[in-house]
Design a binder for this molecule. Structure first.
Ligand code: GLU
Length: 505
């Protein structure tokens, strides 16, 4: 690709960024980086009624946590700025005026009540009201009124909107990088409002003007914007501007049932739909985030990349750099991508296994500190190496390793019933004797002595090892017993066996 790739992520700050939005940002980022292009963040805040004050910062923080920062945007490299549409508001009117002059748009004075009446009237007849070629001549607008009447209304301060005059009787042939050719009859389109009576542009006008002024080469966005594509292409034609290429990403679908993934699915099935925790300032409601739930950003991103894209190989684990190299719009699917909370956990588990013990230890130490455990880094690093294969999250570590740090406070009743027999206490007493005689309490020595003793007694290993595990761990789980014994040391091993004898006999 020789052209200068410039893409943008253009969220509306109406609340926290849903993972679908993060996926859109990610695909834009990957596409930009793959082509040595620029990833722009533009805040589309023209709808003042839906504006949420903390949403923009949330969006920026989310991109940062995901490690997919924008190259240009609010407060950064403001070459084409400002990047908040509310700060660009004065520039849109002239473009709306330009379309009026060239005959591509018109003033419409219909009041909300009038439009409502038309809608009701149509509904009663089983029809839907569309404001377009077939009725625009009969409605309250500058196409139906004389130039003098229009001027008089405007001078009198009457409220108006500016509507796009969609061409009649034309078959539009549109191209989408993912979906291929799409045909649309212009007669099915309505004359969308471009400029509102409150002096603000609508999404459509602001979006096209900004994409043009910011020299956007590719528009990569969610499938929900596909119905806007005909109007957007027509706007480029009306302005006589070169249109960017368009790619509409497939929807992210519910894990079960049909339809788009929503926050409700997450609440119901117990997984977050937002990258970061979010507090609704009005209601005080707190929504869970992947970060706070203990996911690694790189695992989260890897999972998201596979929602609607695949590399065409068996490989599933991709670093951000590898994703950048492998990403291709041609491998983005047209059909919706089912979200899987289990697969998301699987990605995290895979990433956790890849992380160094040192890195994981740094994350585990504060948790230990919170539990009031004083320990050192080296010992914890060893613990981490022994337990990590059973963990999906760092938060699982404590549950998997508490016995390295403290004596068991209870014994799993079921296991006790099964493994602690009448003769067990006596056996364990003998085992204490064997252990106290081991001078060099290394894994090898302990193993030789204890296993030798069991063999000499001609009893099954399980008869000793299972009660021993219960004594040391409190349940029949955990890493190799000799690892545990040598980590906690000879004295603690003996104390724990004594405790178990006292408790369980
Ligand atoms: N502001 C729109 C949104 O919230 C942008 C759509 C587009 O990318 O054109 O998603």
């Amino acid at each position: 690709m020789t052209e200068n790739v410039r893409v943008r992520f253009a969220p509306s700050p109406t609340g926290p960024l849903h993972i679908g939005g993060v996926r859109t940002a990610l695909f834009n980022y990957l596409f930009a980086k793959k082509h040595n292009g620029t990833f722009v963040l533009r805040i589309e805040d023209t709808d003042q009624t839906r504006y949420v004050a903390n949403a923009e910062q949330y969006i920026i923080d989310s991109l940062e946590w995901c490690n997919i920062p924008f190259d240009e945007g609010p407060g950064k490299n403001e070459k084409f700025g400002p990047y908040r549409q509310s700060e660009r508001k004065d520039l849109y009117k002239k473009y709306a005026d330009q379309l009026i002059e060239s005959g591509w748009a018109y003033y419409a004075f219909d009041t909300a009540e009038e439009l409502d009446a038309h809608r009701k009237n149509h509904e009663e007849q089983g029809k839907t009201f569309i404001y377009n070629w077939h009725n625009r001549q009969k409605l309250n607008n500058s196409l139906a009124l004389s130039a003098d009447e229009v001027a008089a209304k405007i001078n009198a301060g009457e409220k108006f909107v500016i509507r796009f005059k969609t061409p009649q009787d034309e078959t539009l042939i549109l191209q989408d990088e993912i979906r291929g050719t799409i045909k649309v009859e212009t007669n099915t389109l309505d004359d969308k409002v471009l400029f509102k009576s409150d002096g603000m542009p609508t999404y459509h006008l602001a979006n096209i003007v900004d994409d043009h002024l910011m020299e956007i080469s590719h528009v990569i966005r969610g499938e929900e914007w596909l119905p806007s594509l005909p109007l957007h292409e027509l706007l480029y034609r009306a302005f006589d501007w070169k249109a960017p290429k368009f790619a509409h990403l497939p929807l992210i679908l519910k894990p079960v049932g049909k339809g788009k993934l929503s926050k409700r699915d997450g609440d119901k099935l117990g997984f977050p739909v937002f990258p970061l925790e979010y507090t609704n300032e009005q209601t005080g409601d707190v929504s869970r985030g992947y970060k706070e739930d203990g996911y690694f950003a790189d695992a989260f991103i890897n999972m998201l990349a596979f929602l609607g894209w695949n590399p065409g190989t068996e490989q599933e684990i991709f670093s951000l750099k590898e994703l950048t190299e492998a990403f291709d719009l041609a491998r983005v699917s047209k059909s919706g991508a089912k979200f899987s909370p289990d697969k998301t956990k699987w990605f995290n588990q895979q990433y956790l296994q890849q992380k160094s013990n040192e890195e994981l230890t740094a994350l585990f130490l504060p948790i230990l500190e919170e539990k009031g455990i004083t320990t050192d880094k080296d010992r914890t690093e060893k613990v981490v190496s022994l337990i990590k294969e059973r963990a999906t999250f760092v938060a699982d570590f404590w549950e998997l390793s508490s016995f390295f740090y403290q004596n068991p406070s209870e014994y799993d009743a079921k296991a006790v019933k099964k493994q602690w027999k009448d003769t067990t206490s006596e056996l364990m007493q003998e085992l204490i004797e064997v252990i106290s005689k081991i001078e060099d309490f290394s894994i090898e020595n302990a193993q030789t002595e204890i296993k030798g003793w069991i063999t000499s007694k001609e009893i099954g290993f399980g008869k000793v090892m299972q009660p021993l595990r219960l004594s040391l761990v409190g349940k029949l789980a955990g890493p190799d017993l000799f690892d545990i014994m040598t980590m906690i040391g000879k004295e603690t091993t003996i104390t724990r066996i004594e405790n178990a004898i006292n408790e369980l006999s």
